[in-house]
Design a binder for this molecule. Structure first.
Ligand code: 5GP
Length: 194
């Protein structure tokens, strides 16, 4: 997706050969126009799949998911990373090892909002080792819901998550695939370019 790649090229900060910072438009400050375009793109790619709900994880998955949900006309549910006073019953949970924080979180979704009748589109901001996506797949499975695919804003193609998920037969659509962050530069994988 050209608009996204340009934004990453101009505003992305390469923190190391493994970590890309995009706080100016996705992870801290949010660019609504870009999110709208991302939402349209996900809706375009998964529009024929009979999606009934989008499943994401707080906090950076929420903005692109809401825009995709708006275009597809479906609700968005985000998994919580912390226990909550109000979210403590009928929980569907999974363990997720965080890539950026190097800690394990139990992520949870209320079973009130996910049912065996749902066809889900899972969305997240980054795909690295695939732990967040696997956790969301686990929750979907516990609900008995069908997963039509996974939409990722930025996949780091040099890390194993994409391969892991695709090898499981899951459809993964990434709007930008970063091939390398070597030398402080972002290089994109060719197939992801428009
Ligand atoms: P995974 O679970 O695939 O190993 O990592 C994905 C999660 O870690 C995403 O939800 C995202 O929050 C975070 N993450 C992984 N790599 C990066 C990165 O390079 N930059 C940022 N900002 N977040 C990342």
């Amino acid at each position: 997706m050209k608009m996204l790649q340009e934004k990453i090229t101009h505003e992305g900060i390469v923190l190391s050969e493994e970590v890309l910072k995009v706080d100016s438009f996705l992870n801290h400050q949010v660019d609504p126009q870009l999110m709208q375009a991302i939402g349209h793109e996900f809706a375009e790619r998964f529009g024929q799949e009979g999606i009934t709900k989008i499943l994401t994880i707080e906090s950076s998955g929420i903005a692109p998911s809401v825009m995709a949900g708006l275009t597809l006309g479906v609700p968005v549910i985000f998994a919580r990373k912390r226990a909550s006073l109000t979210l403590n019953q009928n929980l569907l949970s999974a363990e997720v090892k965080s890539f950026t924080k190097k800690e394990t979180n139990t992520i949870s979704v209320s079973g009130d909002f996910l049912t065996a009748g749902d066809t889900l589109l899972i969305i997240d901001d980054f795909l690295a080792n695939g732990q967040a996506a696997l956790g969301l797949l686990d929750i979907a499975e516990k609900a008995g819901a069908k997963v039509a695919g996974i939409g990722i804003v930025i996949e780091k193609g040099f890390q194993p998550g994409g391969q892991l998920l695709r090898n499981r037969g899951v459809r993964v659509e990434s709007l930008a695939i970063v091939e390398s962050l070597n030398g402080g530069h972002v290089t994109f994988r060719k197939e992801a370019q428009p």
